[in-house]
Design a protein around this ligand. Sequence first.
Ligand code: 1CP
Length: 331
Amino acid sequence: MRQAGRYLPEYRELRAQAGDFLTLAGTPELACRVTLQPVERFGLDAAIIFSDILTIPHAMGLGLHFLPGEGPCFEHPVRDHHAIAALTPPDPETDLGYVMAALRLTRQELAGRIPLIGFAGSPWTLATYMVEGGSSKDFARIKAMVYDRPADAHALLEVLTRATTAYLNAQIAAGAQAVQIFDTWGGVLEPDHFRAFSRDYIARIIDGLTRTVDGRRVPVIVFTKNGGQWLEWLAETGCDALGLDWTTDPAEARRRVGDRVALQGNLDPCVLYARPTTVQSEVHRVCDRFGDEPGHVFNLGHGVHPAIDPEHVAALVAAVHERASGPGQPR
Ligand code: 1CP
């Protein structure tokens, strides 16, 4: 999940120096420094590269802006089959070379201390932003396209699948030791559509990924927000791990997927608004729900909110580490 960001004063300082988010994420030295900020402050067990899922549509020429307080906004949204037919997958090494440079630099800085995670959005999640022109509450345009013009939606998802496969493979070549696919908006689809318009494209990406580098597995993590009802379908994508949001019961998730995949999650990020002692007891409650079987990666069920006090995140990390180093729990 997102671990860098506006809740950290050191992030706000670098972002102010850079001027805006896209410059910060687009400058490898700065992206590397932001990636390391939460790692250094909290002693985390993995780093996620500081970037964004919208780098792909940005590189496809949609004209990305971040309006203060309003989130992402595209100057040229993709609304019809002409616009879709004009899209071509970006070349990851040239058009998205700044992401690869940030990964290489960060691997070098981490010097093997902890693994580095790369990521991309799912084709469906990217398509929602590209068709809506930004964030959305009702997904009116993309859903109208799915129902009225499914061939257009499939053509868009097709080009995004090719782009994302190449992008993640380039990230792996540049040093990402695991990759996560964020299907943030998969959970807004009805079940048949979830399989046809999101799950199947995720499975195709995974099928095309480099899975071992120098004899080591490169795990693929899939996170569908609000996807708890579809865990079996998600486990069939060929991923190594599933991210769970906080609405899914971990014990039930484990029963349903067996030992086919590892599970990552799933503390409600709003727990971080509560007192540090509460944060710590909630960490233990989540770990209890996952049980003592191997294959649990502790994480939040979604990213850290901007108003969170970093001291509360520190309390969370301390509780996880205390738990992980307890009897019979080698770290
Ligand atoms: O400084 C700022 O104001 C920008 C806020 C911000 C940040 C910190 C954006 C804009 N992106 C990011 C970084 C980011 N985005 C990371 C970094 C990881 C890290 O270094 O810890 C990651 C993993 C993302 C991924 C991302 N971007 C997702 C998928 C994950 C999720 O949260 O579900 C999505 C949906 C986006 C789109 C996006 N980019 C930025 C914002 C504010 C948004 C969300 C807009 C919305 O809610 O629709």
